[in-house]
Structures are given as C-alpha cells and as structure tokens.
Design a protein around this ligand. Structure first.
Ligand code: MLT
Length: 267
C-alpha cells in the first residue's frame, strides 16, 4: 500500500491482527521493508500476535525519492506521519541500524508515540570526523561510478564470514537491493547519516521498555556500541546474536526472533 506523507509517496505493509499492539519495523540503510521478510523473517514471526507495519523510508524500496534532501529528522517526521495515517497512537518501534537512529530520535521527540523500543545493530553516537569523510568519499564514488561498487563494498563488510557460505541468496538479495536504490537517494541518505545528531545525552531519559540486539561480529555497530546504550537506558536489556554481523535479523533469524518475541510477550 502507499500513502502520501510529507509530500512524498511512502510504501508500507500493514498486516497481522489489526486490533493488537502495533509494531513498526524501520529498516537500515540502504535496504527496504523486505529485509524483515527473508526466510524465517520477523514480520511473519509476530503476525499472529501483533499488528505489523513495515515501510520503506523515503528514497528506498518503493517509496518515492522526493526532493532528495534528507535528514534523520525528516525521516522521523515521515514515521510519525505514517503512524498518523494508520491511526496508530503508540507503537513498538523495531529499528535496525539507520532504523535505530530514526527510532532513537523518534523517542526523544515524541516519547508518547513509542510503547517500547527494539534497537538492533545500531548506536547512539553521531559519526566521527573520519566517518563523515568516508561518507563523503562514498557519495563521490556513487556519483562517479553508480551504486555497484558501493554495494559490493557494503556487503563485504556487513555480513559475518559464515553468512557468505550459509546464506548466499540473502547476500545476493541485499547486494541487488542496494544496486537498485536510486543514486540520488543513496547520496542524500549518506548525507543525512553524516549530519545526524548524537543521541547519547537523551538515553537516560528513555522511559519505555527497551531491547538492544547486537550482532556478535558487527563491525558497523559493534557490541561495545550496544553495551554503551544498555548502560545508559534505564532497565534496557541487551542480547548478542551469535553467528551474525550487521544484518543479524537475516543472518540468524532464529535467535533474533527468540529475543524479539520474548520481549514483545512481556509488554
Ligand atoms: C545501516 O545499516 O543503516 C547503515 O550501515 C548505518 C550507517 O552506515 O551508519
């Protein structure tokens, strides 16, 4: 389904039990809502117990690119706009990596719209100077050569070594998702990621139940980044997903879903 949010057509799925607790899945960069629908995926795992919304952040998947001028703040505006459209007052937000950055700013700006948080393969800090220079180099490379090399490099660093042998189809699917994302959206999102604020000072103010999930081998958002969030968010739980790196929900859905469903059941 699609709806216009903040002047941009946003694509989403809304499945499961319409009267149950809504859970909104926010994907990472540069993927789309289908990252929650791989074999053994999360939307299916909770569709018999929850209302499940998964959407494509503007510029990704089937959502419009719009004006290609993005910030994490605008992504939060879209999330809240979509929730308004769906008449969802408060949702459990499940965000992976960039999705976690969006969820962290959403809970800071709109605490009453968040019932609980699942922060997966993400971190609270903003980019370092070195990280910002790398984003700039990636933008330059995408503008010069298109997204193919960026996709190859991204995938090489995103999965655990075992995943390349165990799940070659998933690796291929993610690589092709990145290659099919509009270059203007890739570049605009890289700039938005580089410009995002540091969410660390707001962590002690989070008042909702929070589950943090980290991939054992994640080098992009490390277990140490996850531990830092756990130490600052009151009452937060942290689980490390074994045999997984940055896309732990795809690499080890069994363990990921076990923690997700146990957390949701407690709410
Ligand atoms: C993501 O998966 O969303 C990105 O790796 C986040 C980032 O590059 O900071």
């Amino acid at each position: 389904m699609k709806t216009v949010v903040n002047n941009t057509l946003i694509h989403f799925v809304d499945i499961g039990i319409s009267t149950a607790q809504p859970v909104v899945f926010i994907h990472g960069f540069p993927f789309n809502h289908k990252m929650w629908m791989f074999p053994g995926g999360q939307t299916e795992a909770i569709a018999s117990t929850h209302r499940v919304v998964a959407y494509d952040v503007r510029g990704h998947g089937e959502s419009e690119v719009g004006d290609a001028l993005y910030t994490i703040e605008f992504f939060v505006d879209d999330l809240i706009g979509l929730m308004d459209h769906l008449n969802i007052r408060a949702a459990v937000l499940v965000g992976l990596s960039m999705g976690g950055y969006i969820a962290l700013r959403a809970v800071e700006r709109h605490p009453d719209r968040v019932r609980a948080l699942v922060l997966s393969n993400t971190k609270a800090e903003a980019d370092s100077n070195e990280g910002r220079v790398k984003r700039s180099a990636a933008i330059r490379a995408i503008r010069q050569n298109g997204p193919k090399v960026f996709a190859q490099t991204f995938v090489a660093g995103a999965f655990a070594p075992d995943t390349f042998n165990a799940k070659p189809d998933a690796v291929k699917a993610i690589q092709s998702t990145i290659e099919r994302t509009a270059p203007a959206a890739l570049c605009a999102t890289l700039l938005a990621l580089a410009a995002r604020t540091d969410s660390t000072p707001g962590l002690p103010n989070i008042k909702v139940p929070t589950l943090i999930l980290a991939g054992e081998h994640d080098a992009i958002a490390t277990p140490a980044d996850a531990e830092l969030m756990r130490s600052k968010i009151p009452g937060a739980e942290l689980s490390i997903i074994p045999h997984a790196a940055h896309l732990s929900n795809i690499e080890n859905p069994e363990d990921y879903n076990k923690h997700l469903t146990a957390f949701l059941a407690k709410l």
